[in-house]
Design a protein around this ligand. Structure first.
Ligand code: NAP
Length: 525
């Protein structure tokens, strides 16, 4: 049976009563299961470790989402050994079969769409719309990667010569350590993990300690889909405790990481050292932070620009790597733009993620909230605070949407990733100046430009140095297959997740050549 062409999953329309009801039911169902204890999954076996840790609901930190195993290096060693052994068989699984596992997982995600979203509402404070978008992206990544497995299994184009038969095969690498962040706890985790095993590798999955329950949902889905035990091994526990061990292990063949610059660079450094018994140079794919700019030009549609900046800066409380954290605004429209931006931002409702009216939910935990409030304090000194600036409420991890203007391009809040609902506004003298400011960053992930001038658009297309550049739209919301995603410079290795280059990062190419015997020339006459 033919596989239909890939299509992006539409978001759920919560203005429809039926969808609202399904979401409410899913929230109630998930809430009734919160607080239970979950095991490690090593070779399909449920394993308990000596110590446990808790996952909390950031909207209501007294609510325990689940109890998780704090794996040590003993369990980490076991996980790698199992993955290593399983690789010997899994690597021979035909591409068609691996692809079918992907399609089954995607279908299960479609069936559980509301429930999966509900887990993220509780565990990482996504509002309904953001949680639904996370599931939609997860479905798309798994579905898209299934097709990629089939595409790369086809005959690869090579230049023909008459004396040889040549073939290029993409074969798996071995044991991969998959380390995702908490901010897209289903989509990014599913994308990174699925591509790894779908390409024929085996995996130790070390999820973020802020989102282990969502990771557990993914692992349950792949088990239900029939993926053999040992292909994915779930190892919860602190990255600071087991991360170095996993990365340094001589049987680790590759590390696929998404998270902060600090941790990504550490992984890159540790992985570069050759351990006794190690046969390969480890491959590191590290997708890291951003300080994403939106340029608002003198020739921009100011309403659209204010809307785009507002959504990019404050969607999911600014906790997206693609969030706009620097608005770079032409001096001629600076005051008018700010008026419109403030007017729109003031209307955003801050509240618990489970409330369907909430736009700005909590930040992920108390530590993140304290760090963001520290940056805001610094911002009061480095610029002029015109909106927000405080914790919202007294109970959960809520921070008001905050706008700090008149900030110097070199200020700390204009250079460091804050990862919260804090927007820095910088004045540009003209378009050239705006491009220079945009590029004045160690990061280079996403960026947007609002202008109606096509010459300026082509100028920016050439010169703004980011992996994903958008015109007259928000800097967030990359779609699978449509906007392959990854950043430059300290934003990472530019993996272009959700694109046609991604599969290659999880494989190595083997070229097989055979001499074709020369046919004797036919006798004349
Ligand atoms: P993080 O603190 O770097 O953590 C990411 C992952 O690394 C977590 O699973 C963490 O586990 C683990 N970890 C921590 N220390 C480790 C170590 N020494 N060795 C190995 N693993 C270790 O990042 P985060 O707070 O989860 O995520 C936010 C960051 O991710 C932001 O910087 C954001 O920009 C970035 N991000 C980038 C992209 C992209 O595509 N470029 C996408 C999403 C997010 P624990 O939780 O147990 O510490």
């Amino acid at each position: 049976m033919g596989i239909p062409e890939f299509a992006v999953t539409p978001f759920t329309d919560f203005s429809k009563e039926e969808n609202r009801r399904k979401m409410e039911e899913a929230i109630a169902k998930v809430e009734s299961t919160l607080g239970r204890e979950w095991s490690l999954v090593l070779g399909g076996e449920r394993v308990r470790s000596k110590d446990q840790f808790l996952s909390h609901n950031p909207s209501d930190p007294n609510q325990i989402v689940g109890v998780f195993q704090k794996a040590t290096t003993t369990e980490a060693e076991r996980a790698i050994q199992i993955a290593d052994r399983t690789f010997d068989t899994w690597k021979w699984t035909p591409a068609e079969e691996r692809a079918q596992f992907c399609f089954r997982v995607a279908n299960l995600m479609r069936e559980r769409r509301f429930e999966l979203a509900a887990w993220m509402i509780f565990e990482v404070g996504k509002n309904w719309v953001e949680a639904d978008a996370d599931v939609a992206e997860a479905i798309d990544l798994v579905d898209f990667y299934g097709r990629e497995v089939l595409r790369y299994a086809e005959e690869q184009p090579l230049v023909r010569i008459p004396t040889e038969r040549n073939e290029l095969r993409y074969i798996p690498l071995g044991v991969g350590i998959i380390i995702p962040p908490w901010n897209f706890p289903l989509a990014i985790l599913s994308g990174m993990t699925t591509m790894a095993w779908a390409a024929g590798n085996t995996v130790v999955l070390k999820p973020s300690s802020d989102a282990p329950a969502t990771a557990k949902q993914y692992v349950q889905l792949i088990e239900e889909a029939g993926l053999p035990p040992g292909v994915v091994n779930l190892l919860t526990g602190p990255g600071s405790g087991i991360g170095d061990f996993l990365v340094a292990h001589p049987h680790t063949r590759f590390i696929s990481f998404t998270g902060s610059k600090t941790v990504g660079l550490r992984i890159n450094e540790i992985a570069s050292r050759i351990e006794p018994g190690q046969l390969w140079i480890k491959r590191v794919v590290a997708e890291m932070g951003g300080k994403d700019p939106i340029i608002v030009d003198s020739e921009a549609d100011l309403d659209a620009a204010a809307q785009g900046v507002m959504v990019s800066a404050f969607g999911y409380s600014g906790q997206k790597c693609s969030a706009c954290s620097r608005a770079i605004v032409d001096t001629s429209i600076y005051d008018t733009f700010l008026e419109r931006l403030v007017e729109k931002t003031k209307r955003l409702k801050v509240g618990p993620a489970r409330d369907p009216e909430t736009y700005i939910g909590p930040v992920v935990n108390m530590g993140a909230m304290a760090k963001i409030l520290d940056y805001i304090d610094m911002g009061r000194r480095e610029g002029r605070l015109i909106l927000g600036g405080n914790r919202a409420g007294e109970h959960g991890c809520f921070v008001e949407p905050t706008i700090i203007v008149d900030v110097d391009r070199k200020a700390t809040i204009a250079q460091e990733e804050i990862f919260g609902p804090v927007l820095t506004v910088i004045r540009a003298q003209d378009f050239r100046d705006a491009i220079n400011i945009a590029n004045d960053s160690e990061y280079g992930l996403t960026g947007s430009v609002y202008t109606r001038n096509r010459d300026k658009m082509s100028w920016a297309a050439d010169e703004v140095h980011v992996g994903n550049l958008y015109f007259n739209r928000k800097s967030t919301g990359a779609l699978v297959g449509v906007h392959p995603f990854g950043g430059f410079n300290m934003s990472g290795t530019d993996s272009k997740a959700g694109g046609r280059d991604y599969y290659l990062l999880f494989t190595q190419a083997k070229c097989i050549s055979e001499v074709v015997p020369v046919q004797p020339a036919a006798a004349k006459g």
